[in-house]
Design a binder for this molecule. Structure first.
Ligand code: ATP
Ligand code: MG
Length: 429
């Protein structure tokens, strides 16, 4: 029996795993710089939380959730996204309170049962930031600008910001009515799911990815023509702030996002370098979500970055962060069984000085040790046998230059500094 990772689930191996971690660190730094603090959220939650927040007639809830039963029969789900969990936690721990601002971020694996493709996995990673409290357009614009600037600074290829307004509870019903009328009239050009959603969740129809539906959707009424004065002003001020901040954007009047909870500003960053999975980050304002989850009437705005897609983009442009895993400085090898304890002690002492080192205990054969040291990526090999033990020394060879030297092991800080500063070239080979 051979085991394989489940479909749509990827093992991340070195050195990719190291670049991936650096990317996550970069995004975290971006959030921290804007005042966000981390929340570690559970991987699974009560399924009802996602039904309620994401919305019943969405792709996620209809077909993508990993649902399971707890031992007591409770309905649970692997998290498909982070906002619902973050808000649940913020409400539970009183971080979402009227009159205060909470800036929180999360990072981690999300789970959706989708058809796996490049940039579309069943277990993938998001980093997301949410601002609870303020309801002003400048907050939206500032959040959007931070990601757009990051895209510019890191030269993400072909990145484009799309924005729209989803209106509010005041103006959306009228738009919804007009949209339903239009969709009913054009039913025969829409896919089965779209037709079903006309009655369950008409706005969601605009999010359909089926090729054949696109011409009809492209000429559907645009929500921006139906905005009430308050929503219109909010949206105009977001756009104005972006203009003033020199943040390019494209108005995208049919952008609705794949989740139901958005109000007012909605936005996503796409890139033509990503193929079909073009969106690499997305977000929006969700003013009714905290209260609909049982919290106080606190507005919010947030976004999530898809780390795998960010990785693909940075890989394309050759700007992936390089691994920061420190290479092994020295591989230590006992020349006989009696020297094993001597080597073990030396490993402990060197690590205490911050020197990365490994023990080559597999065999006492010198030739094998050299091959192993190269495989470990070590810069030096250190050898100890009877002579070294007797004199309290170690024989060190620089595997790059071939320079070799026998040096005292004590005092350890001196040995450590010799290893970290590099071998003097005048040593006898
Ligand atoms: P898409 O339209 O591509 O399905 P979405 O609207 O479902 O995306 P969101 O729920 O807004 O995506 O998630 C935010 C980001 O997370 C996306 O922009 C994308 O970068 C990433 N993402 C979403 N689903 C996946 C997935 N299955 N695999 C990899 N990344 C994903
Ligand atoms: Mg999706």
């Amino acid at each position: 029996m051979k085991y394989q990772a489940p479909r749509g689930v990827k093992d991340l191996l070195p050195p990719e795993s190291e670049a991936f971690r650096r990317l996550e660190d970069e995004v975290r730094d971006l959030f921290v710089l804007s005042g966000f603090r981390e929340v570690r959220l559970p991987i699974f939650e009560s399924a009802a939380l996602f039904f309620r927040s994401i919305g019943e007639s969405t792709d996620i809830v209809e077909k993508e959730m990993y649902l399971f039963e707890g031992k007591g029969g409770e309905k649970l789900a692997l998290r498909p996204e982070g906002t619902a969990s973050l808000l649940r936690a913020a409400i539970e721990h009183r971080l979402a309170e009227p009159g205060r601002t909470s800036r929180l971020y999360y990072q981690g694996a999300m789970f959706r049962h989708e058809r796996p493709q490049a940039g579309r996995l069943r277990q993938f990673h998001q980093a997301g930031a949410e601002i609870l409290g303020p309801n002003d357009p400048d907050t939206d614009a500032d959040l959007i600008a931070s990601v757009s600037r990051y895209a510019r600074e890191t030269s993400i290829p072909g990145s484009q910001l799309l924005i729209n307004s989803m209106g509010c509870d005041g103006c959306r019903p009228e738009y919804r009515k007009r949209l339903v009328a239009y969709l009913e009239d054009h039913k025969k050009h829409l896919c089965e799911t779209c037709v079903r959603r006309i009655s369950t969740n008409p706005l969601r129809v605009l999010d359909c990815k089926v090729e054949g539906c696109q011409p009809t959707l492209n000429t559907a009424p645009a929500i921006t023509s139906f905005l009430c004065p308050t929503s219109r002003e909010h949206f105009e001020r977001v756009c104005q702030a972006l203009n003033e901040g020199d943040i390019p954007y494209t108005l995208s009047p049919r952008l609705v996002r794949g989740l139901d909870y958005y109000t007012e500003t909605a936005f996503e960053w796409v890139s033509d370098a990503l193929g079909a999975q073009s969106t690499w980050a997305a977000g929006g304002r969700y003013n009714g979500l905290v209260s609909s989850l049982g919290g106080p009437d606190v507005p919010g705005v947030g976004l999530a970055i898809g780390i795998e897609r960010l990785y693909l983009l940075r890989e394309k442009s050759g700007t992936l962060p390089r691994s920061d895993a420190p290479p092994v400085t020295i591989a230590l090898h006992p020349l006989d069984d009696d020297s094993r304890g001597y080597i073990r002690t030396l490993l402990t002492s060197l690590r205490a000085e911050g020197i990365s080192c490994v023990g080559l205990f597999g065999s006492n054969r010198l030739k094998k040790a050299f091959v192993s040291a190269e495989r470990e990526g070590a810069r030096y090999i250190g050898l100890a046998g009877e002579n070294e033990r007797g004199s309290g020394t170690i024989t060190i060879k620089d595997l790059g230059t071939g320079v070799q030297k026998t040096v005292p092991v004590a005092p350890i800080p001196q040995l450590a500094s010799l290893l970290s500063s590099g071998f003097p070239a005048d040593s006898t080979p």
